[in-house]
Design a protein around this ligand. Structure first.
Ligand code: KG4
Ligand code: ZN
Length: 413
């Protein structure tokens, strides 16, 4: 063995020293690290954050419109646009101030431009294009679902490829992430997203009038009430049992729940808008059916990936993210599937599952590092309310028609 360090070893030690030196908190932030400002306005959250290249969050700010939309019984796009335009300047300013960053120190601005509510996306995009032109900065347009998929890599090392299940108020999809901008889409929702279904069921049950749920989103309210409910009392049909692909459908379940609610209102002799005595059981049964549906489609996606070698044999990973991924019961349902198929399940903490500026800035960092999709400030960019993620493989998945082995969905409460 050599007694003296090789040139490579010396270089490695120097780099280690430089890394320790610049990342030491007492010495402040690495002056050589590039900084990205991320801006999110695709739905009902106005978010901004400044991240450095290592994924450290230097400053962030988030304005949520949840309370307003809860009172109006759902998101009204013109109201969402108004609130974004009232808050975006302040939110971005706060993120910059909290990170002690002057715009001249930024290396790029990353902003969600697809998919989402057109009126909401427009506010973030317009603000960003003005900002990058004013400060002569590169612009990185971001796909909202790509950002949800990559967030986990900001928190821990997760190598490509991995399987990802993204479930929120606007989306439900299964994809293989093969690279920062390289996705294979295995399944998507054919009608509504699970968060949307939970929000609508909660609204139909008037859960906002429930003393424990006045400030909770529909999904949060259902999760809370389900804890004291009997999920077996109302056995809803799990959707798409005879379709052997990885797509999702939740509209039929919502219809089943609505029919039951009407029946129970008639039995209890109460008007729509009054709380039913069996809300906990309905919440538990609805949540269980959503969880089973997500788990079954994901199980098939895992078997499909295994059948054609889309995931690595060592440490294959399922990443679960999006607002609905904060649901502990749904996480447990997916744990049953990953346990039986030998995958590890990774799920960012709730704060990073829901929409925020951090995940957009991180997506910007990932793209900046790889030099992908970085535009000069003067290029005109349009927003896209509808935009698929990656290469569509749903036909191949359907053609494979994989039958699932039976797994008892005995999900611990
Ligand atoms: O990702 P997100 O913040 O925004 C969208 O892009 O949609 O997700 C919001 C959705 C809402 O539909 C909300 O009801 C749902 O996530 N959600 C939950 C929970 N927390 C939020 N659904 C089920 N269980 C929860 N704990
Ligand atoms: Zn989202």
């Amino acid at each position: 063995m050599a007694m003296f360090p090789t040139k490579a070893k010396i270089l490695h030690r120097l780099l280690q020293f430089r890394h320790t030196f610049w990342s030491s908190p007492s010495l402040g932030r690495a002056p050589c690290s590039r900084l990205v400002l991320g801006i999110e306005t695709s739905c009902d959250d106005t978010g901004a954050a400044v991240l450095d290249e290592t994924g450290e969050i230097l400053g962030e700010s988030l304005h949520s419109q949840k309370e307003v939309h809860l009172r109006t019984g759902g998101i009204i796009p013109t109201v969402a646009r108004q609130l974004h335009s009232e808050n975006i300047e302040r939110v971005v300013q706060e993120a910059l101030e909290r990170s002690d960053t002057d715009p001249s120190r930024l290396s790029a601005v990353a902003t969600t431009v697809k998919p989402g509510l057109g009126l909401s996306l427009g506010i973030g995009l317009e603000f960003s294009q003005r900002f990058v032109r004013q400060h002569n900065l590169p612009f990185i347009p971001i796909h909202h679902m790509e950002a949800h998929a990559l967030t986990v890599r900001m928190l821990q090392p997760v190598a490509f490829p991995f399987l990802v299940l993204l479930v929120s108020g606007g989306h439900s999809l299964l994809a293989v992430a093969r690279g920062v901008d390289d996705f294979l889409l295995l399944g998507h929702t054919l009608d509504e997203a699970p968060g949307d279904t939970l929000d609508k069921v909660a609204r139909r049950l008037s859960l906002i009038k429930h003393p424990q749920c006045t400030t909770l989103s529909g999904g949060q309210a259902i999760e809370l009430l389900a804890k004291d409910g009997d999920r077996m009392r109302f056995p809803f049909r799990t959707p798409m049992g005879q379709t052997y692909d990885c797509c999702f459908s939740f509209a039929g379940l919502r219809n089943q729940v609505n029919m039951l609610i009407m029946k129970k209102e008639a039995e209890e002799g109460i008007e729509q808008g009054t709380l039913l005595s069996c809300v906990n059981d309905i919440a538990a049964a609805t949540q269980h059916t959503v969880a089973s549906h997500l788990a079954k489609r994901t199980h098939r996606a895992i078997l499909f990936c295994k059948s054609i070698g889309l995931l690595p044999s060592s440490s294959p990973t399922l990443v679960l993210s999006g607002g609905v991924a904060s649901n502990q019961y749904i996480r447990k349902a997916l744990t049953l599937i990953t346990d039986t198929t030998g995958l590890r399940l990774l799920c960012p903490p709730a704060k990073f599952c829901t929409d925020n500026g951090v995940m957009i800035a991180w997506n910007g960092v990932e793209r900046l590092r790889e030099g992908k999709g970085i535009l000069p400030p003067n290029v005109d960019v349009s927003y896209e309310p509808k935009a698929r993620l990656g290469v569509d493989m749903t036909a191949e998945v359907k053609a494979a028609a994989i039958r699932l082995p039976s797994v008892r969905m005995k999900i611990p409460n």
